[in-house]
Design a protein around this ligand. Structure first.
Ligand SMILES: [Ca+2]
Length: 211
């Protein structure tokens, strides 16, 4: 606003000087008086348009800066965990489905895995993740270990009990697109068991990328 006022005053001052200097040539004076308001209007209009364009460019630059910061934040986010069962004894069989809770955390970057609930989630963001679990078990009982998202069965591993098969090993893995606050965990099927040990029965997951 200040710039516009100064510019208008300067422009009119020049015009006034031109009027005085040219008073001896009436034709030229009349021409200057007629063209001044029109030229000033055009200049002011162009200045207004330039200011508007600059404002739009400034807004776009700020938006770009925010998008770059957001992308950098996503790239910097690391979520990765590997949890293992502890002790050295059988887990199960139980007469109901039971959530497997692994207390030994080999890795838990981003604190995605909760060793008190046995569940992991990606917190406040949507994400592509991969999950894998492996188990060891004796052959006296069947094994059913399922990977559950909320209450939905995603993948599972199963083994029948056999008298001649003294040991079972199995597992599964899956890529999942998780929504905010989805919970993923392992469920031991009713009347089945796994061997609790921190190097043979594990559950891992990591974030591929946010979406
Ligand atoms: Ca078997």
């Amino acid at each position: 606003m200040t710039f516009n006022v100064l510019f208008a005053l300067l422009f009119c001052g020049l015009t006034l000087a031109q009027d005085i200097g040219g008073s001896q040539e009436k034709g030229k004076t009349d021409e200057a008086q007629c063209s001044c308001p029109s030229e000033m209007f055009n200049v002011m209009t162009e200045l207004g348009a330039m200011r508007e364009k600059l404002g739009v460019m400034e807004t776009k630059l700020k938006e770009s800066d925010n998008q770059i910061l957001e992308l950098k934040s996503k790239e910097a986010t690391v979520v990765a965990f590997s949890a293992a069962s502890d002790g050295n004894k059988a887990i199960g069989p139980f007469n109901t489905d039971t959530t497997l809770i692994y207390k030994t955390l080999k890795t838990n970057v981003g604190s995605a895995y909760n060793k008190h609930t046995g569940k992991y989630n990606t917190g406040i963001f949507k994400a592509f993740t991969t999950s894998a679990f492996f188990y060891h078990a004796g052959g006296a009982h069947p094994v059913t270990v399922s990977l559950i998202k909320n209450n939905e069965l995603i993948v599972m591993a199963h083994d029948h009990s056999t008298s001649h098969d003294g040991a079972d090993n199995g597992g599964n893995a899956v890529l999942l697109q998780l929504q905010q606050r989805d919970q993923v965990y392992l469920r031991l099927g009713a009347n089945t068991n796994v061997w609790g040990n921190n190097v043979v029965t594990t559950f891992s997951g990591f974030l591929l990328r946010q979406v």
